[in-house]
Design a protein around this ligand. Structure first.
Ligand code: C2E
Length: 925
């Protein structure tokens, strides 16, 4: 301070003695009163006192050190203050001294009265503690704010402490101690005090030591009490709201911030610290240091947006990538906007940062999963749908649209979705829906036919499940699967299992099912049913000569023609090979069945063009009617089959109704066929022999071997009966070989025995002739029994010779070369074509027995016939043999007609070998 001012200040009239000391404690100046009061002895005493006080002030320049000094019966109050310059540096000390007896009059001055009034009426209470008295002064407000009377507490220090909340007492004491120890410049504490009504009220207690002793202890402390209960409640509410806001932000992963451009103060919510990966509680990083919080590109965008927002308050909303200090990346949605003041300027910027990392990841996963599901649905051709029962709202997945051939997204209703389902499927679909909605059936699966808008026919499997809400049908969810291929495969399997692959007709299995079904529906013979059993004639020939492909084509053609002859309600099936079945439903009369049979025969009689070759086949049809004798399908089948055989017997291209006698015949035939197979191995076959005699000389010209079969029951069976069976079954080949061998062996034996009999004749079936091996077999047999081939004659029927095949030609060439001759048996019964007589080595014509036996009597016509045969035979250079000559008359007639040889009972019946031997020996010459 300027010395002039100091001097001036010290000249003021004052009852205080005032001293100014420099920093070293040397006296700089003093007023008059000081010069009066401070005697040299007092000065010496005070120096010691002042030294301690100055040391204290040097360390705590803000303090006021007070001391009451007693000297020579006088009490003096000393007050010391530090003097500091503008920079706060210590310049020195000031000391004021006042003799106690000179203390001012305690009578209240107007100023003091005003202060007291202010104190008593202030909102805050005042307390003042003095170390000198050890008492506390409390203004009346200290008590009234708690609802106590003014004198509720004594002026002891501890009396107040007893009202403080026990939990707060230690904290209060600590705060006071910190101040007194000089650690805190002021004492301040918030604590609870019990009020007159027993409630806790919050008090803000603030104070300061205003005077210190020379020893550095507080001499006087003054403070105030402020009732902050209201603030505390608001603060608690605010804190609670802040906690709630923080929790909400945490749950939502939303942090918020606000910035005041005026003060450059930035605030972050706790969640924003969490999102940024920064420790909460620290001050948020200022804008200029936020670069590290974002990826560079994100930061640039945020900068731009923030700049614009600051300029004109325009808000932003963008997705950014934040970088946490540990390197973790977080995707955030950032939004910010400006708040405007009354003057239109931006007064505050606020914003939120929403951490959407998990949400984005979840969305990504969900997108991926959806995409995967869609792809799986597309691969599996599985569509999904949902129907809200209440509103009828229908939703389809894209794949469901695609399956139905409808553009995805096309608006739908139940009615519009129904229109493309097949007629038959629609009611089933509606019924399934009804069952779910009305009857509460939980699940339904059905397969339905569907025609796409572009006319493709699909099979769809629909699986639906009902969902209830509050016990009522709420929603039907389901899958649609395209099972067309599966269905078609099933149909194909069904087709293969039940239909003949070649003709497409039901096979025997399906025919049986349907026929049994039809038979099952017949009541009291109504409707009458007829079964036609149809067998093609000459089919084997076509197959053998033109090949299987042609045979297949023929069967397909036949199937078509049969179907064209019957009604749609009739049932046509293929039994296998060249056999077909027709079940006629509702045949009015048996004749109706014959009408159909005739129609079929006529249709199949028309030529078929098989790859350029015209072929004509016929058929034999057996008909059986459902009735007493044929109660079921099996009986009906057997009967129709039997009748078919009868038709074949009766001549091709005909039909027969089933009757019992024929059945017996067929039965016998079947039995014979089975027994015949065993005849050779069982040695049941034997040969008898019948000679042929020369009409001119009476000598034996040949012996014909005739087959005999004594069955297992001992009965003798006629070759007329069993030879055709052997031919049909193929057994004739083995039997024929045996006959030839046995005949040759026997002939050789007779020859050895010196018997004269010319040739040995053996009957040969047409079936044997077709065997390419036959000619070689004949030669081999002759060789084996050393029988000269030129003494062997083969008897053949006319029909066997009619064919002209390579096999036949080769055989006859071989026979001609080896001198084996042929006889035409039963000549005259055919007369169709005599050209064969030239081609083959025929030596004898045998006139059929039936003609010969009619010669006697008035058989004029027959005589002409036999004469013609004889003439023809001779013209061709052949000898003519008459069969079945039983009488001399006949013999004479034949002789007259020039017949060369004869055979018959007149000479002898066919004889066993030993009998014939005897017979031969008695013959002349
Ligand atoms: N009423 C009458 N009948 C007479 C008279 N003289 C002979 N017969 C019979 O007439 C048949 C003559 O044989 P076929 O015309 O070759 O007719 C034969 C022949 O076609 C066939 N057959 C017989 N044995 C064989 C054989 O080993 N192989 C083949 N493939 N067929 C044979 O069976 C047919 C019948 O043979 P069989 O029953 O033995 O009947 C024989 C014979 O017993 C007569 O004066 N009056």
């Amino acid at each position: 301070m300027d010395a002039a001012f100091l001097t001036s200040l010290l000249q003021h009239p004052s009852r205080h003695a005032l001293l100014a000391l420099d920093a070293a404690g040397r006296l700089l100046a003093a007023n008059d009163r000081a010069r009066e009061l401070v005697t040299p002895s007092l000065e010496a005493e005070l120096r010691q006192v002042l030294a301690g006080a100055m040391a204290q002030l040097a360390a705590n320049p803000d303090r006021q050190v007070q001391h009451r000094h007693r000297s020579e019966g006088v009490e003096i109050d000393c007050v010391l203050l530090a003097a500091r310059d503008a920079e706060g540096d210590l310049q020195g000390y000031t000391v004021s001294l006042l003799a106690v007896d000179e203390a001012p009059d305690l009578a209240e001055s107007p100023d003091r009265a005003r202060w007291r009034f202010a104190l008593e009426n202030a909102q805050d209470g005042l307390w003042d503690w003095s170390a000198d008295t050890g008492k506390v002064y409390r203004s009346s407000r200290c008590m009234s704010m708690l609802g106590y009377p003014r004198d509720h507490l004594s002026d002891e220090l501890d009396s107040w402490r007893s009202m403080v909340h026990p939990d707060d007492q230690a904290r209060v004491a600590e705060a006071l101690e910190n101040h007194i120890a000089g650690r805190h410049p002021k004492y301040q504490s918030e604590y609870r005090v019990r009020d007159a009504r027993g409630r806790w009220r919050w008090i803000l207690d603030r104070g300061r030591v205003i005077a210190w002793t020379l020893e550095g202890r507080p001499r006087r402390v003054i403070g105030t009490h402020t009732d902050i209960t209201g603030y505390k409640q608001i603060e608690a509410q605010l804190r609670e709201r802040e906690v709630l806001l923080n929790q909400a932000q945490h749950v939502a992963r939303i942090g918020s911030w606000s910035w005041d451009p005026e003060t450059d103060s930035l605030w972050w919510s706790d969640e924003l610290f969490l999102i940024a990966g920064l420790p909460a509680g620290a001050p948020p990083p200022p804008f200029r240091r936020q670069r590290a919080l974002f990826e560079p590109a994100s930061y640039e965008r945020l900068q731009d947006a923030s700049r614009r927002m600051l300029e004109d308050g325009s808000p932003y909303d963008m997705e950014l990538v934040m970088l946490r200090p540990d390197g973790e990346r977080r995707t955030v949605a950032a939004r910010g906007e400006g708040i405007f003041g009354a003057d239109g300027r931006v007064t505050r910027l606020v914003g939120v940062i929403h951490d959407v990392t998990e949400r984005n990841r979840a969305e990504e996963t969900s997108r991926w999963r959806n995409d995967l599901l869609n792809r799986i649905a597309a691969v599996g051709r599985i569509g999904g749908f949902e129907l809200l029962v209440e509103t009828g709202e229908l939703q389809w997945t894209d794949e469901n649209y695609r399956i139905h051939g409808i553009e995805p997204g096309t608006p739908l209703t139940v009615a519009s979705s129904m229109q493309h389902y097949e007629e038959e499927s629609r009611p089933r679909l509606l019924e399934a829906m009804r069952r779910m909605i009305e009857d509460g059936v939980a699940e339904q699966t059905l397969e339905v036919g569907y025609i796409t808008p572009d006319e493709r026919r699909l099979w769809l499997r629909i699986m639906a499940r009902l969902e209830l809400r509050d016990g009522r049908p709420y929603r039907i969810t389901g899958l649609t699967q395209d099972i067309t291929e599966e269905h078609e495969a099933d149909e194909r399997i069904e087709q293969l299992a039940h239909y003949d692959t070649l003709t497409g007709l039901p096979n025997r299995f399906l025919f049986r099912l349907r026929a049994e079904d039809a038979i099952g529906q017949v009541r009291n013979g109504e409707p009458p049913l007829a079964l036609l059993f149809l067998d093609l004639d000459r089919f084997k020939l076509v197959n053998d000569t033109l090949g299987h492909a042609a045979g297949d084509q023929l069967l397909q053609e036949v199937a078509g023609r049969i179907k064209s002859c019957v009604r749609g309600s009739d049932l046509v099936g293929r039994l296998g090979g060249d056999e077909f079945l027709v079940l006629l439903r509702e045949v009015g009369r048996p004749e109706d069945a014959s009408v159909v049979a005739r129609k079929i025969i006529a249709a199949l009689g028309l030529p078929v063009d098989l790859a350029g070759t015209e072929v004509q086949v016929g058929c034999s049809i057996g008909i059986a009617l459902l009735g007493d004798g044929n109660p079921d399908l099996d009986a009906l089948l057997r009967a129709a089959d039997t009748a078919m055989y009868a038709a074949k017997e009766g001549g091709r291209n005909s039909f027969q109704f089933y009757n019992d006698s024929f059945f017996e015949k067929v039965q016998r035939r079947v039995t014979l066929e089975q027994e015949l197979r065993q005849a050779l191995p069982r040695g049941e076959l034997s040969l008898v022999y019948q000679p042929t005699v020369c009409l001119r000389h009476g000598n034996v010209t040949g012996i014909e071997a005739l087959l005999r079969w004594q069955g297992p029951d001992g009965s003798l069976r006629s070759p007329v009966e069993f030879i055709p069976i052997a031919e049909d079954s193929g057994e004739i080949l083995a039997i024929g070989r045996w006959v030839l061998a046995e005949a040759c062996r026997q002939a050789g034996a007779w020859h050895e025995a010196g018997l004269q009999f010319g040739r040995i004749a053996v009957n040969v079936s047409a079936v044997q002739l077709r065997d390419p091996q036959f000619a070689d077999d004949v030669l081999a047999i002759c060789q084996r029994y050393r029988w000269p081939t030129d003494r062997l004659e083969l008897e053949l029927t006319e029909s066997a010779l009619m064919r002209d095949t390579e096999v036949l030609r080769r055989a006859f060439d071989l026979f001609a070369a080896n001198g084996i001759t042929l006889a035409v048996d039963d000549f005259g019964t055919g007369f169709s074509n005599l050209a064969y007589l030239h081609r083959f080595p025929v030596r004898h014509l045998k006139i059929d027995r039936s003609f010969v036996q009619q010669l006697s009597g008035d058989g004029e016509r027959m005589r002409g016939l036999t004469q013609a045969v004889v003439t023809l035979g001779h013209a061709l250079g052949m000898a003519v043999v008459a069969e079945g000559v039983e009488t001399e008359i006949t013999l004479d007639l034949l002789r007259q007609q020039g017949c060369d040889e004869a055979q018959g009972y007149l000479f002898t019946r066919p004889l066993a070998p030993e009998q014939l031997e005897t017979w031969l020996r008695v013959q002349p010459g």
